[in-house]
Design a protein around this ligand. Structure first.
Ligand code: GDP
Length: 365
């Protein structure tokens, strides 16, 4: 599955947030036998009201949401790139995730020490990013010299990779993360991804605000959102303390508590969805009397690849896919009605799956 790593300086609220996520996951796990929970990994359902609507229309007995994994990556301190603290382990853990949720302390609380002695989320973001950039620069410098030799010896692959490496290094030396690199083709994107740089991963800033600012945000989170906009990054405002409380409540109490705070859904739901978007993921559905289920694919996936998410046999023997757009499925009242209205399309191997498609695969076994 796809993994989103939670990082940030000590005492910014990472564990509080992660525990809220895993408590939610644990509550869900009772209904989903295949959900694994490891100490630092939480496998959470992606909230999607469309799935409930589809199940209602299709008369499905069960609802199975799609899932996203969050990993708690503790241990970042200044100097991590030099191996301080759990530095090397920390960097190795980040290398394994697909995207980064970067928690920033946007709450003032005199009882909770800040490692640098002041509440400044922008400075904190820079501290963390600097460690990652230093690690990337060192990794590139190590790899560039032998690659230059290969390239001058005529090695084709080295010749293709080298300019991207050099451009990334120049950008980092200019104080910018590798994800800001301007790419001109899918091949260049593939080369950059292949370098597995820490700062090439997409970033979501998680502004952890005080309880009173959960619905509105505050002056600090506003600054983070401005920073995110300027960088083309994503940001969400959340109060980890509130999320921790919400995660302990029963559903009915949750709704009441949320309303009293002026929130229309748990912040975790927004966080999970933002993580999903950050990873470039979309959802398609399958619906029948037994279950309505959501499945995850990367944007741009074609029908056979989408079928392969259910089972590799579906991809191997793919013939075609019956596809109904979500709106048609729900407004017309299900598969039969959509077919009668001419809204069920037969799509072949080249069809690019759209978010919300309700699909039925025909395949050879
Ligand atoms: P971590 O080191 O980043 O994992 O931070 P923790 O989750 O352990 O949080 C550090 C301290 O900040 C704990 O005492 C939390 O209770 C507190 N904390 C976390 N989030 C909030 C919040 O939204 N508001 C307030 N007031 N305290 C918080």
């Amino acid at each position: 599955g796809f993994q989103c790593g939670i990082v940030g300086l000590p005492n910014v609220g990472k564990s509080t947030l992660f525990n809220a996520l895993t408590r939610t996951a644990a509550a869900q796990a009772a209904n989903y036998p295949f959900c694994t929970i490891e100490p630092n990994t939480g496998d959470v359902a992606v909230p999607d009201p469309r799935l409930t609507a589809i199940a209602k229309v299709a008369g499905s007995a069960n609802i199975v949401p799609t899932r996203l994994t969050f990993v708690d990556i503790a241990g970042l301190v200044r100097g991590a790139s030099k191996g301080e603290g759990l530095g090397n382990q920390f960097l190795a853990n980040i290398r394994e995730v697909d995207a980064i949720a970067h928690v920033l302390r946007c709450f003032a609380d005199d009882d909770i020490t800040h490692v640098d002695g002041k509440i400044d989320p922008i400075a904190d973001a820079d501290t963390v990013e600097t460690e990652l950039m230093v690690a990337d620069m060192e990794s590139l410098e190590r790899r560039i010299a032998p690659l230059r030799k290969k390239a001058s010896g005529g090695d084709k692959e080295a010749k293709a990779v080298l300019p991207i490496m050099e451009a990334a290094l120049a950008l980092l030396q200019d104080g910018k993360p590798a994800r800001r690199l301007e790419l001109h083709s899918a091949e260049e994107r593939k080369i950059l991804d292949g370098l597995n740089l820490l700062t090439a991963k997409p970033v979501l800033y998680v502004c952890n605000v005080d309880e009173a600012s959960a619905a509105t945000g505050n002056e600090l989170s506003t600054r983070v959102i401005e920073k995110a906009k300027a960088e083309g990054a994503a940001a969400v405002v959340i109060s980890a303390a509130i999320e921790a409380e919400i995660a302990q409540l029963a559903d009915a109490e949750q709704a009441e508590y949320l309303e009293s705070l002026g929130l229309d859904e748990p912040g975790l739901d927004r966080l999970i969805r933002a993580g999903y978007e950050l990873l470039g993921l979309i959802t398609y559905f399958t619906a029948g009397p037994k279950e309505a289920r959501a499945w995850t694919v990367v944007k741009g996936t074609k029908a056979p690849g989408a079928a392969g998410v259910i089972h590799t046999d579906f991809e191997r023997g793919f013939i075609r896919a019956q596809t109904i757009a979500y709106d048609d499925f729900v407004t017309l009242g299900g598969e039969t009605a959509a077919k009668e209205a001419g809204k069920a399309r037969d799509e072949g191997k080249e069809y690019v799956v759209k978010d919300g498609d309700v699909m039925l695969f025909k395949f050879n076994t």
